[in-house]
Every structure is written in C-alpha cells, then in structure tokens.
Design a protein around this ligand. Sequence first.
Ligand code: URA
Length: 246
Amino acid sequence: MENRKPDLPPADETAEIAAAVSWHLRRLAELGAQGISREELDKARKRLKARGIRQNPAEALRQIRADLGDCRRCPLHSRRTNIVFGDGDPYARLMFVGEGPGADEDAQGVPFVGKAGQLLTDIIEKGMKLKRSEVYIANIVKCRPPGNRDPEPDESAVCRPFLDRQIEAIRPEVIVALGKVATQTLLSSDAPISRLRGRWQDYKGIPLMPTFHPSYLLRTPAAKREVWEDIKQVMEKLGLPLEVKP
Ligand code: URA
C-alpha cells in the first residue's frame, strides 16, 4: 500500500464511502443544501461501519438473485408470472418486509405496487418524507400464493435463506415487519401481531418494529393511527425529523 496516495481510502472502503455520500447527498438535497460537510460525511461513514456491512451490498444482492435463479424449490413456482425478489436501495438504512406478492406484484415482478403497495408508498413518502427508492422492500415469499392465501410454513422456510441473505447484505439499521406473517416468520414467534406491534424486537442484532400490514389498514382505516405511532418510533430511531404528519 506504499504507493497509495495518503488521502485515498483503501479499495474495500470505497463502497461504504459511496453509500454514505449517496445517502447524505440525497437527504441534504431534499433539505435544500448544496453540499456536504466532512463532518457529516464522517458521521455517515461511522454509521455505515457500525452496521457491519462486510461486502458490497449491491453486488451481494446480485449474487443472491443469481443463486435464486428460476426458482422451483417450492410449489408456488408453478403459478407465478414473476419472481418478486425485492426493490430499493441496496444501501438502505430502512427495510420493509411484507408477506408475499399479490396479483399486481406477480404481474410486475416488484413488491408492493398494488393498492396495499400504494398505501405503503404513502407511508414512506408522505409520512416519513423519504423516497421509496431510498428504502428496501422485500417479502417473506417471492412467489404469489394462490388467491393471496398466507404462505405455508414449508414455502416460507424454503424462501427464508434468500431473505436472510438479503437482510445480511443490506444490514439495514431498522427493519419494519408488515403484518402477522412477516413478524412471526422473522421472529420465529407465534405471538399475535396485536401484542407485538409497536414494540421493538430484535432480528440478528437489527432492531425490528412490527406493525400492521397495509392490507389490514385498507380494511381497517382506524388502525392507521397505531401504525403512525409505530412509524414515528422508527423515524426516531433513524434520527429522521418527526414534525411531519402523514
Ligand atoms: N402484500 C405483501 O405482503 N407484499 C406485497 O408485495 C404486496 C402485497
């Protein structure tokens, strides 16, 4: 390393720095700033380091997608149109995990693009004042369960290693588990979502906030108030400004 210029970082830090710069520039631009201070950048780099990212998340996600291939590991493959792998920023600080693709997601190959997806997008964009493209969204299963039934335990179990690897690649600062299936599966718990929601849980060292699924909110709009309380806790944990209302 003797011929490396002293002000250049080692190659393995490049991804971290790029991620830190990208996140902060986007946040600052939204807030109307024209640049980024070295202090801010250092803070972001430390935060990224604290997440324990050991590999380039974008490259790791590409590898996981390649390993998944044209998956036929469980019966859900036979009726799917598209595998719904995941969507968003590989460097996201925040990750949402839902249950499984519905008809719109199956048709487009992208999670949360139907009615429930629009509501989730509103929570992210209107509520949290983030861009949807700044977070990462995935599901417990990557193929649509027929008639939108809950995934069977063996279907979730087969898909699980891929989701675990996605989470490990991204190492978000916070996970939001959307609804009963995502919460119980990620936590290996059979406690009811009504008891778990709004209380911080732990997924392999990553704080996990269970909340109601957007589909439930479409059926029960009064529960939006509780979800907003949960989301405010998430924003607080991420240091996002709280003065906004959905
Ligand atoms: N519901 C989910 O749980 N996931 C999706 O991607 C869409 C609807």
